[in-house]
Design a protein around this ligand. Structure first.
Ligand code: NAD
Ligand code: UDP
Length: 332
């Protein structure tokens, strides 16, 4: 007899990573419930999935309880780009912390496995390089990035306490910078910013000296890693780093995008944002060992498909180039 289909909840499913995850889960024959309040995600990201017999879209804010019946939960709901998560920092902390409590409570009630989309930001401005999961991080608790960094750290704490106290099956992924189609053109993250600036012939804005380093993982690799992690045996909880160790400076990234787009945009300097990490590179030995996972898309190839996506969008062929829906008004 065939096993029953997994019923999977993806919070933040209408966002950049979430929409790719919903697609991949449908391809794996799952029933997918995508929950999103459209704060930074858009209906457009999942418009092609609406109407699929195993896909359902629900507008809901995870800071409020949710009562559904599912077997697995991927908790991705949270704005991820610095300009978005700093726009309403209190809501960002609430989304991370209350959202985690609500989704963990749901997982406990229905005995679902639950995966948290944590972040390399839990390492802050790291003094250990590359970052290993055993490193506790170097995070400012009161700065502009703290609503996100500390919110995500607290969510990890909650996951591990629910695991110890209530025997919940948890999986914690520490996601490093991820890029690809469906990033929002105005979300301020460096890959989308540089590509959109280059295609529009606008100045490429390098924050600080541009000597800070990052490692960029293509969204298809990241989604494969998340699904692999969810499928691991119960004793594997993470946290596990998911990212591409290929590292470059922000200045090198600008040069690569200029070359690939053939743009003649000039490079201009801008002030470095507060607490901007100087270096970041995942150590993915654990992911290789425990998940048998490593990224397969080199940056050069991943940039090609991301540039093609934004080219279509800016010429009006692809997704609409518009701001995300405004924040929903919370009930009093
Ligand atoms: P995104 O902003 O595109 O997606 C986040 C989604 O969550 C959006 O659709 C948004 O509308 C939704 N959301 C926000 N608050 C919500 C709430 N209170 N209730 C319901 N939905 C809500 O960002 P993304 O890049 O797709 O990131 C997805 C997850 O991965 C986030 O949790 C983020 O912290 C994590 N992450 C992303 C990266 C990256 O490089 N993209 C790196 C590390 C971690
Ligand atoms: N950055 C930049 N120009 C931009 C946007 C970002 O130089 O237009 C820099 C930013 O200061 C940071 C790096 O690129 O050092 C990555 O920024 P992003 O916001 O994409 O992610 P995060 O800082 O969270 O890693």
């Amino acid at each position: 007899m065939a096993l029953p289909r997994a019923r999977v909840l993806v919070t933040g499913g209408a966002g950049f990573i979430g929409s790719h995850l919903c697609e991949a889960l449908l391809a794996e024959d799952c029933e997918v419930l995508c929950v999103d309040n459209f704060y930074t995600g858009t209906r457009h990201n999942v418009a092609h999935l609406v109407g699929h017999e195993r896909f359902e879209l629900l507008r809901h804010d995870v800071t409020f309880p949710l009562y559904v019946e599912v077997d697995q939960i991927y908790n991705l709901a949270c704005p991820a780009s610095p300009i978005h998560y700093q726009r309403d920092p209190v809501q960002t902390t609430k989304t991370s912390v209350h959202g985690a409590i609500n989704m963990l409570g749901l997982a406990k009630r229905v005995k679902a496995k639950i995966l948290q989309a944590s972040t390399s930001e839990v390492y802050g401005d790291p003094e250990v390089h590359p970052q290993v999961e055993s490193y506790w991080g170097h995070v400012n608790p009161i700065g502009a990035r703290s609503c996100y960094d500390e919110g995500k750290r607290c969510a990890e704490t909650l996951f591990f306490d629910y695991h110890r106290q209530h025997r919940l099956q948890i999986k914690v992924a520490r996601i490093f910078n991820t890029y690809g189609p469906r990033m929002h053109p105005d979300d301020g993250r460096v890959v989308s910013n540089f590509i959109v600036q280059a295609l529009r012939g606008e100045p490429i804005t390098i924050f600080g000296s541009g000597a800070q380093t990052r490692s960029f993982c293509h969204v298809s690799d990241l989604v494969a890693g998340l699904i692999r992690l969810m499928e691991t045996p119960a004793e594997i909880t993470g946290p596990v780093n998911l990212g591409n160790p290929e590292t470059l400076t922000i200045r090198e990234l600008a040069a690569l995008i200029l070359a690939k787009t053939g743009s003649r945009s000039e490079i201009v300097g801008r002030k470095l944002p507060e607490d901007d990490p100087r270096q970041r590179q995942p150590d993915i030995a654990l992911a290789r060992r425990a998940l048998g996972w490593s990224p397969t898309v080199p940056l050069a190839a991943g940039l090609d498909d991301t540039i093609a996506y934004f080219r279509n969008m800016l010429s009006g062929i692809g997704a609409p180039d518009r701001a995300p829906d405004p924040a929903p008004v919370s009930p009093a």
